[in-house]
Design a protein around this ligand. Structure first.
Ligand code: DQA
Length: 145
């Protein structure tokens, strides 16, 4: 589809729903995927949704988004705070990139205060629970209009 929004999810996000629910809530990644698909469809866009625990796979998906996508949402999870490889991959893109977080990393541990995504993102949406994803879809599409 020529109007596909890529949504990439990093390590441990496959455990949403059971992982630290007091921080990340009760929704599973499948719940988020369904909600994102509905929002993309309602705004006339397709979606390609992925999760990986492996840094190199995420780099590959970023490169694919650059070839086939019109915008990229990325919740790089812990790799947000560590990954030069993801930073370098995002830097090659010319499409809008929205950094997404369920929690608000800026209000958490010191090691979460650094983001390798933010300097190469169009913008960041954090702290709104799983609604961060839907806000980011709207932000990405509004950027494209
Ligand atoms: C997260 C925040 C990161 O600091 C953390 O490592 C995650 C999830 C979030 O969505 O709030 O795994 O990206």
């Amino acid at each position: 589809m020529a109007n596909t929004i890529y949504i990439l999810n990093g390590p441990n996000l496959n455990l949403l729903g059971e992982r630290e629910p007091e921080i990340y809530g009760a929704a599973t990644l499948d719940d988020i995927k369904l909600a994102c698909a509905a929002r993309c469809e309602s705004r006339g866009y397709g979606m390609s949704f992925h999760q990986s625990n492996i840094e190199g796979e995420i780099v590959g998906q970023i490169q694919e988004a650059g070839r086939k996508g019109v915008a990229l949402l990325i919740n790089a999870a812990a790799y947000t705070h560590t990954s030069v490889a993801i930073y370098d991959a995002l830097k090659t893109l010319t499409i809008p990139v929205i950094e997404v977080h369920i929690s608000q990393p800026a209000a958490r541990e010191a090691f979460r205060q650094t983001s390798f995504i933010a300097p190469v993102a169009t913008g960041s949406i954090s702290g709104f629970g799983t609604n961060s994803y839907l806000l980011a879809i709207d932000a990405a599409i509004d950027t494209l209009l």
